[in-house]
Design a protein around this ligand. Sequence first.
Ligand SMILES: Nc1nc2c(c(=O)[nH]1)N[C@H]1C(S)=C(S)[C@@H](COP(=O)(O)OP(=O)(O)OC[C@H]3O[C@@H](n4cnc5c(=O)[nH]c(N)nc54)[C@H](O)[C@@H]3O)O[C@H]1N2
Ligand SMILES: Nc1nc2c(c(=O)[nH]1)N[C@H]1C(S)=C(S)[C@@H](COP(=O)(O)OP(=O)(O)OC[C@H]3O[C@@H](n4cnc5c(=O)[nH]c(N)nc54)[C@H](O)[C@@H]3O)O[C@H]1N2
Ligand code: SF4
Ligand SMILES: [Mo]
Length: 697
Amino acid sequence: MQSQCPFCSVQCKMEIEQSMQPEDPYKRPRYTVNGLPNAASEGRLCVKGMHAYQHALSSERLAYPMARRNGVLERISWEEAHELITAQIRSSQENYGLDSVGLYGGGSLTNESAYLLGKFTRVALRSRYIDYNGRFCMSAAASAGNKAFGIDRGLTNSLADIEAAGCIMLAGTNIAECQPTLMPYFTRAKENGAYIIAIDPRQTGTTEFADLHLKVKPGMDAALANAMLRVIFDEGLTDPSFIADRTNGIEELKAHVAAIDLEETAELCGVPLADIRKAASAFGRASAAMVFTARGVEQQTDGYMAVRNFINLALVTGNAGKPGAGYGAVTGQGNGQGGREHGQKADQLPGYRSIEDPDHRAYIAGIWGVEPESLPGKGVSAYEMMEKVHEGEIRTLLVMGSNPIVSNPNADFVEEGLKKLDYLVVADMFLSETARLADLVLPVTSYLENEGTLTNLEGRVLLREASRAPHGEARHDWRILSDLAEQLGSGSKFSYASVEDIFEELRIASRGGVADYYGITYERLRREEGIYWPCPSTDHPGAARLFEERFAHPDGRAVLLPVPNHLPPEQTDSSYPLYLTTGRTMTHYLTGVQTRRSAGLAARDIESYAELHPKTARRLGLQAGELLRLASRRGEIVVRCRITASIREDTVFVPMHWGDSQCVNKLTNPALDPTCRMPGFKVCAVHVEPLLKVRQA
Ligand SMILES: Nc1nc2c(c(=O)[nH]1)N[C@H]1C(S)=C(S)[C@@H](COP(=O)(O)OP(=O)(O)OC[C@H]3O[C@@H](n4cnc5c(=O)[nH]c(N)nc54)[C@H](O)[C@@H]3O)O[C@H]1N2
Ligand SMILES: Nc1nc2c(c(=O)[nH]1)N[C@H]1C(S)=C(S)[C@@H](COP(=O)(O)OP(=O)(O)OC[C@H]3O[C@@H](n4cnc5c(=O)[nH]c(N)nc54)[C@H](O)[C@@H]3O)O[C@H]1N2
Ligand code: SF4
Ligand SMILES: [Mo]
C-alpha cells in the first residue's frame, strides 16, 4: 500500500509491503517500507517514517468509543456516544452559555478536518473557544511572516532553491534530527560552496554539519541577530537598492542597530564576538543567502520579535525572492502549514481570513449559509484556553489531535484544569495521557486509513489517499464532526458525502484569501503530485518562490522592525541555577503517543534523559546513567543522566516525548509572547540533583 508519513512537515511518500512468512510459526505478517519518489523527499524516508506502520497496526489502537462509568472507561456504541456528547453540549450551553464548550485541535489533522473543526465550532456550537497545538509550534513564525511579508508560508522558497545559496544560517533548527530527509538539500548547497552557520546551545547533527556553530545562551537569539546586524551595517554589507525599493522602516532600524554595543551583546548571548563577526560577514558577503528559523528561536517569550530580527538580516542584505535567497520557518507537524490556514486558530477563518474583519466574516458566512452576526468573535490561545478551563469558563472540551497535558507548558496546572471539567471528550487513535482523563473517548482513523490533503513545509498541498479500511469502529475526524453537527441540528450545513466534498467547499472558502487553494483540486493533485499555494485558478501552476517582484503587503514592500535585546522572564538564581531547554530526538515524535507504541522506535530510546555538561555533572555529583531529579518553580520530574560536552555548561536539555513523571512540561514556564501567545518552552530555570542523594560506598 502507498501512503504518506504521518509525522513531520516533509510529508515523505512511502510504499508499505506486507508479506506472510511461511516459516513463521505464528504466521505474523512482515512489513517492508520503502520511500517513493516525491518532490520534497526525493524518495527518502527517515527512521520514524519507516516504522510508522507499527503504531497504525498496533493492538493498542482504540477500536470503539468508550464512556466513563463508575470511574472506568467502558465500551459504548457510536449512537450512545453521539447522544451523550450532544446532551452534554446542550446542557452546558443552556446553563453556562455558548462559550462554555471549547474545541482544541491539532496540526496532524488533514486540511479538511482542520477546516471542519473551525466550521463546527463557529456554526454548530457558535462558541468562540477554539485553538490548537500549532499555537505552540508555528505561532511566532506565522505572526512574524504576516507582519514582515504580509503572508505566512513557512518556506518562502521551494526546497530546490537551497542548493543555490552561498551562505545558510540555521537558527534554532535541528534539521538533521527533525526533518532528516531534507539534509541532502543542505549537503548539495555545501558541495556547491555554501558556508553553513548553525545557532544552538547544543551540538546536534545539524551543528556538526555546519562550518560555524554559535553556541548561544538559551533565549538570546534576538540579541545575537542584533550583533550580526551591527556588523553587517558597520562593514557596509547591506543592499541599499533592495532596501530602498522593496522595504519600509530602514531609518528606525539603522538608528536602533547603531546603538547596539557589540562587546556587551556578545557577552549577553554567550557567543565569542569573533564568531559573531565571522557569521555576519559570511552572510553579508554571500551573493545569495538563506535564513531558517525553527522552534529554538521561536518558542520564546520574544519568539515573534526574534524571528523578525532574523528576517531583518535577510531583508537588509537583499536576500528574498531569488534562487538561494530567502527566509524559511521550518514547519513542524505533518500539516503544520495547512493546519494554520483554515480556521483552527482562535482568530481565524478559512483561507487565512480574520474573524475580526467584517468583509471576511461576511464572505465566509455566505459560504456557510449563516448570518455574519451569528459567527462568534475571536477566542484565546491554546494555553489561555487551559486557563479558561481552570477558571470554569470552559466547562466542556473536545480535544481532537493533541495531547495537551503533555505538550502544554506548566503541565501539572493543565492536568488539574482538565480534571475540573464537567466533560472532556478526546478523539484519538490511542489512550493518550489526556485521553486517560476523558469522560468519553472516540476512536479515530490513522494515516493509513484516512484520506485528505496535507500541506508540507514548502506550502505544497499533497493528497494522501487511504490505503486500508478503518481499524475496528474507528471513524475519520471529519465524519465525527459532521455527525455531531447533525445531532446538534446543523446537519444541512455539514452534509458531505466524501472528504473531497469538504475540500471543494474549502477551495471556495479560501478563494481570494491569503492562503488561496481555489485552483487546487483532487484531480490535479493526483495528476501533478503536489501544488504550491497561493493557487488562485485551476490553470495556475502554484507559487513555488514567493516575493520575486513584490511582498504581500498592499504596497508590495516588506517591513523592517527594530528588535530590542530581551532577557527570558525567568533567570537563574541560587535555588534554580541552570537553564533548561527542551526539544526533540530523532526517534520520537512530539508527546510520543505514536512513536512510543512503535517497537522499532521505542527500543532506540526507551525513556527520557537530561543532557548535562561533564563539568556541571561533576559539580552536582552526578554520574552518567543514574536517575536525577529536575525541579523548577512549577514542578519536578525524574529522568536519566546523560553526560556530554556538546551542551553549554549553564544549560540542561530534556526531550519532550515522554509523559507522567518524565514530562518535561511539568517544569516549563507558561509565560507567553505578547504578540503571538507562544510559551517560552525553550528556557526556564531549574535545579538538578541526584535522585539518590546518599550513595552506598
Ligand atoms: N524527530 C522528530 N522530528 C520532528 C518532531 C519530533 O517530535 N521528533 N516534531 C516536528 C515538529 S511538530 C516540530 S515543531 C519540529 C521542531 O524542529 P526543531 O525546532 O528543529 O526542533 P527542537 O529540537 O524543538 O529545537 C531545535 C533546536 O533548538 C535548540 N535550542 C534550544 N533553545 C534554543 C535557543 O534559545 N536558541 C537557539 N538558537 N536554539 C535553541 C535545541 O537545542 C534544538 O537542537 O520538528 C518536527 N520534526
Ligand atoms: N517543552 C516543550 N513542549 C512542547 C514543544 C517543545 O519543543 N518543548 N513543542 C511544541 C510543539 S512544536 C508541538 S507541535 C506540540 C505538539 O503537541 P501535541 O499536539 O500534544 O502532540 P502530539 O503528540 O502530536 O499529540 C497528538 C495526539 O493526537 C493523536 N493523533 C495523531 N493523528 C491524529 C489524527 O489524525 N486525528 C486525531 N483525532 N488524533 C490524532 C496522537 O495519537 C496524539 O495523542 O508540543 C509542543 N510542546
Ligand atoms: S518523520 Fe518527516 S522526514 Fe521522517 S519520514 Fe516522516 S515525513 Fe519524512
Ligand atoms: Mo511543532
